[in-house]
Design a protein around this ligand. Structure first.
Ligand SMILES: [Zn+2]
Ligand SMILES: [Zn+2]
Length: 327
């Protein structure tokens, strides 16, 4: 099979012919139909996440067709279209796993990081972590639901019933979250890189009642904010923008250092928290919710061999919606 391979951090992916993966016990072999490109892939490629499997096939928003089933996975017969997310393995026995928090399992392993992912023509995945995909979506449109959508959903849940919601960074996750938030009649305020008129216009098209630069105060105090951009300096900005009792949620897996800030902007029972990974329950909930909203993803397609260009466009803020690789 053809794959785009990370041989060492901070080097471009290399187009490589690899032997077809052999599914092990409990694994399904999938023909990849589409694989979303996530900011986390950039953090892996850039060496910001420690100790990736090497060489590595990145990619953790995989939509594929089962071409060889797993003996113990009767729910995934050959021909089923499934999604493979970031969470690829847990021990199922630790205190986190037993309390509905498998996203925090210390033995968890992740697709496209410690397990080869979907920047390839074929992949294999533990059938227990694959989701059946809603049939309403074409494969490329479905791929961003698997991380941008799922993690966005978990972040949005962490804001409770906040009515005035700020989104910092208007990329793949925010363009999904805003649709769910509008469906729930929340008011959305979108914050982008200073002067990014394109992203601000995109946010308004999707229903933001205000869009501006991230260093601007919103026109009214927010009840909650979600930070998707990997920029620690946004944390004090978001804390200043939320009202007492408000929550600031950091949605990314990696962020630059957070500058020190005066206690006064946390005072007033403001809450600062992160969101880590996903549970399978998040996936089931969100994949059922998305077609009901209905969430419509906007994608920029790239041929598999153009993965480096997709990553560069994501890094440069040139992607409207989500970037998706199509073999
Ligand atoms: Zn566990
Ligand atoms: Zn991701």
């Amino acid at each position: 099979m053809r794959a785009m391979v990370l041989e060492a951090p901070r080097t471009p992916l290399v187009e490589t012919e690899l032997p077809d993966p052999e599914p092990g016990p409990g694994q399904a072999l999938l023909r990849v139909l589409a694989c979303g490109v996530c900011r986390t892939d950039l953090h892996v490629v850039d060496g910001e996440l420690p100790d990736p499997k090497l060489p590595l096939v990145p990619g953790h928003q995989i939509v594929g067709t089962v071409v060889a089933g797993a003996a113990n996975a009767r729910h995934l017969p050959v021909g089923t279209r499934v999604g493979v997310p970031w969470l690829g393995h847990t021990d199922g026995t630790c205190a986190y796993c037993r309390s509905g928090r498998e996203n925090l399992c210390p033995a968890a392993r992740f697709t496209g990081y410690q397990i080869d992912g979907g920047y390839a023509e074929l992949t294999r995945a533990d059938a227990r972590y694959c989701f059946p995909m809603p049939s309403q979506y074409a494969a490329a449109e479905a791929a961003p639901l698997l991380c941008a959508g799922l993690i966005g959903h978990r972040c949005l849940a962490a804001t409770g019933d906040a009515h005035r919601l700020g989104l910092y960074g208007f990329g793949a996750a925010a363009h999904v979250v805003i649709q769910v938030a509008r469906h729930q009649n929340r008011d959305v305020f979108a914050f982008t890189r200073a002067g990014d008129a394109t992203a601000q216009a995109f946010a308004r098209e999707l229903g933001a009642i205000w869009a501006g630069d991230s260093d601007e105060p919103p026109p009214a105090p927010l009840d909650a904010a979600i930070i998707f951009a990997p920029v620690g300096a946004l944390v004090p900005m978001a804390l200043r923008a939320v009202a007492p009792g408000g929550v600031v949620v950091c949605g990314g897996i990696h962020m630059s250092d957070i500058p020190s800030f005066p206690y006064a902007i946390l005072w007033g029972e403001r809450v600062l928290r992160s969101i880590a990974n996903l549970t399978r329950r998040d996936g089931e909930e969100f994949l059922a919710l998305a077609p009901r909203v209905p969430v419509r993803t906007e994608v920029q397609r790239y041929p598999l061999a153009e993965a480096n260009a997709a990553l560069a466009d994501l890094r440069g803020g040139r992607v409207r919606g989500a970037a998706v690789l199509v073999p």
